[in-house]
Write a protein that binds this ligand. Structure first.
Ligand code: ADP
Ligand code: MG
Length: 261
């Protein structure tokens, strides 16, 4: 089974193209006083540019640990991680921060917006860290908010927005520095089912435009919108398959009862 999934991984990569993400035999240990948690137990994955991957599996399986490593928020205890050909473990803290800011966009379950700050200002924040001019940062932020359907909400504070709208602000913020990869950990975990499909519609459209998307979800209904599904259990990959006939979220929405937004 493991051998099969590794063969499959090779097939999934685009011929000749350098993978955006190359993970080889990664292990992660957490030391907690006397105990040691072996959260990742030899994970190898290759993800090519333009893929849309859903990472699935029960709670405690190592999904978030793996995403934190992909996102350069944490380092493997052993094994290699190459992001666009760069060996991440060799980078300084400052270089890691630069990579996070320029190459990666993050979306989390809890949105993580600043509450006393408007939608526009929340989206502008990463452009400040990237030393993009105020005028250019604002222009890009407006464009990113328009892309997620929030052009008319830019002056709203998070408390004045629905959960789905807040998550769209978070997606705009993740996109504003034009990353090569979008990483999303349970992005629909706090949302109702219709709003979740709307978020998947945004991800599918971004992926159509060439963005590489890696999403964690424990809901098969959400995972089916991705092009590839990877199942984690007990810190290992148990399955790695292309998704057959994934539905278009934009079509599914048409048949769902509408809710108050
Ligand atoms: P998932 O996201 O699939 O639910 P996690 O990656 O969060 O799984 O957790 C994998 C394992 O690592 C679990 O046993 C969890 O308790 C443990 N773990 C996760 N984060 C930490 C941490 N910061 N310190 C210690 N143990 C952790
Ligand atoms: Mg998790």
């Amino acid at each position: 089974m493991v051998t099969n999934s590794q063969t499959e991984t090779t097939h999934t990569g685009m011929k000749g193209a350098e993978p955006v993400i190359l993970v080889q035999e990664v292990h992660k240990y957490y030391e907690l006083g006397e105990t040691r948690v072996h959260a990742l137990r030899g994970v190898s994955i290759e993800i090519a540019r333009g893929e849309f991957v859903a990472i699935m599996g029960a709670s405690g399986g190592g999904k978030s640990t793996f995403m934190n490593i992909l996102g350069c928020l944490d380092k493997p205890s052993a094994g290699r991680y190459l992001l666009e050909g760069i060996e991440v473990s060799s980078l300084s803290i400052k270089e890691l921060a630069t990579i996070r800011n320029h190459k990666l966009g993050f979306v989390f379950q809890g949105f993580n917006l600043l509450s006393r700050t408007t939608a526009l200002e929340n989206v502008e924040l990463p452009t400040l860290y990237a030393r993009i001019s105020k005028a250019e940062g604002e222009k890009r932020s407006r464009e990113a908010l328009a892309l997620v359907g929030l052009a008319d909400r830019i002056s709203h504070f998070p408390s004045q927005l629905s959960g789905g709208q807040q998550q769209r602000v978070a997606i705009a913020r993740a996109l504003v520095n034009r990353p090569s990869i979008l990483l999303a950990d349970e992005p629909t975990g706090n949302l109702d089912s219709r709003t979740s499909v709307e978020i998947m519609d945004i991800f599918q459209k971004l992926n159509d435009d060439g963005l590489t998307v890696v999403l964690v979800t424990h809901e098969p209904d959400i995972a089916q919108y991705a092009k590839r599904g990877i199942q984690f259990r007990d810190g290992k990959i148990r399955r790695d398959e292309r998704t057959e006939n994934q539905p278009r979220a934009s079509e599914v929405i048409k048949h769902l009862p509408s809710l108050e937004d």
